[in-house]
Every structure is written in structure tokens, then in C-alpha cells.
Design a protein around this ligand. Structure first.
Ligand SMILES: CC(C)(COP(=O)(O)OP(=O)(O)OC[C@H]1O[C@@H](n2cnc3c(N)ncnc32)[C@H](O)[C@@H]1OP(=O)(O)O)[C@@H](O)C(=O)NCCC(=O)NCCS
Length: 173
């Protein structure tokens, strides 16, 4: 089930499961770094975690998600190590809208900074779509940090509907 490979344009993409989690660390840390820059606009949330601490939390979540049925990670191959990944697992239906029973949740899409803007993120999304069609899953959900305007533009171009706005803050003492 895991480990299939496909090529989108010039970009080789491999599918994996929990055995690939350790390969995601540098990529996750680059995304964390990206979020840390954005966090300067979210100063009320306080300081960001160290990359090590962030990865320790994320790694555990990846292990849990990738143990679920039909969850997968797609890795974009680079010269010596992966340069991008997309991690997907399944969630249930929306209660308000008459969606399908299963909706794919794109938990992470990340490309190393030096490789951004070359079509790798788009190729990963195309490959995610192919995997989901094979699973007969037709809907996709993804959240982006407010102020991540590059990523917002990227996802809006995919034609997904702007859905929820979420809030995070401290309860008054
Ligand atoms: C968002 C991201 C996955 C897109 O991957 P990519 O390989 O750069 O994307 P592509 O080359 O296929 O498409 C380019 C588009 O990506 C977006 N983009 C985001 N950051 C970018 C960057 N640093 N350089 C260029 N494009 C970027 C833009 O929308 C760009 O389109 P534009 O021509 O309108 O500027 C990647 O830029 C990234 O890892 N960003 C940091 C992590 C992140 O924000 N992830 C999304 C939240 S889960």
C-alpha cells in the first residue's frame, strides 16, 4: 500500500506512511520557521516554540494520523533528501453542509524555502488529488494561518471555498 512512486512533470513524488516521519523533520522545521516569521503579526499569542519542541509535538501527531485508515504522506524527491511533502488523513462529514461522509484533511503542505515557487507545491497537490480520487474521496479541507498570504493565494487558486475563521487567545483573568 505504501511506497508507490509517481512523477508529475520533472518532480518525482513518493507515497509513504509512518516509516517516513523521520524524513519530514527538516521540512517541518522550515515550515515552523515560516510560521515564526508570520507570528510577529500574531504577537498576542506570545513566543513561538523552538524548532525541536515544535517537531516533537508534530511528530506525535503525524504518528497518530498516519496510523489511521487511508492516511498518507507524499514526498517530493530532491537531490539528496525530500524537498517538499503533503500529509493527508480523513475526517468525517460536515454537519451543516451535506458533504460526503469522508473529507480529506490536508494537515501540512510544505516545500523547502530554496525550492518554493517552482511548481513543487502544485505538483504535490496534483498528486494528493490523484491519491484521493483512487480512494473515492472527493472533498478536501485545509487550514492556513491568517497572514500567510502566499499560502492563502496558493489555496484560493485551487478553487477551494473560504470556510471557517478561527480565533485563539487567552481567557481574561
Ligand atoms: C505554500 C507552498 C507549499 C507552495 O509551494 P510552492 O512549491 O512554492 O508552490 P508552486 O511553485 O507550485 O506555486 C507558487 C505559488 O505558491 C505560493 N507561494 C507561497 N510561498 C511562496 C514562495 N516563497 N515563493 C513562491 N511562491 C510561493 C504563491 O501563491 C505562488 O504563487 P504566486 O505566483 O501567486 O506567487 C510553499 O510555498 C511553502 O512551503 N510555503 C511555506 C509553508 C506554508 O505556508 N504551507 C501552507 C500551510 S500548510
Amino acid at each position: 500500500m505504501h511506497g508507490g512512486a509517481q512523477t508529475t512533470g520533472q518532480i518525482a513524488i513518493a507515497r509513504g506512511g509512518p516509516e517516513r516521519i523521520t524524513d519530514l523533520r527538516a521540512l517541518w522545521e522550515s515550515l515552523h520557521e515560516h510560521n515564526a516569521v508570520i507570528a510577529t503579526q500574531l504577537i498576542e499569542l506570545g513566543p513561538v516554540r523552538s524548532p525541536e519542541n515544535s517537531w516533537a509535538l508534530r511528530r506525535n501527531r503525524y504518528a497518530r494520523w498516519l496510523s489511521e485508515p487511508d492516511a498518507f504522506v507524499l514526498l517530493a524527491k530532491g537531490p539528496s533528501r525530500p524537498v517538499g511533502y503533503a500529509l493527508v488523513h480523513m475526517r468525517g462529514a460536515e454537519e451543516t453542509w451535506a458533504t460526503d461522509e469522508r473529507i480529506a484533511r490536508l494537515e501540512t503542505l510544505a516545500v523547502l524555502p530554496a525550492y518554493r515557487g517552482r511548481g513543487i507545491g502544485s505538483a504535490l497537490v496534483d498528486a494528493v488529488y490523484r491519491e484521493l480520487r483512487a480512494l473515492d474521496v472527493r472533498q478536501l479541507d485545509v487550514s492556513v494561518i491568517a497572514y500567510n498570504s502566499d499560502a492563502v493565494r496558493f489555496f484560493e487558486r485551487l478553487g477551494l471555498a473560504r470556510h471557517q475563521v478561527s480565533y485563539l487567545g487567552t481567557i481574561p483573568a
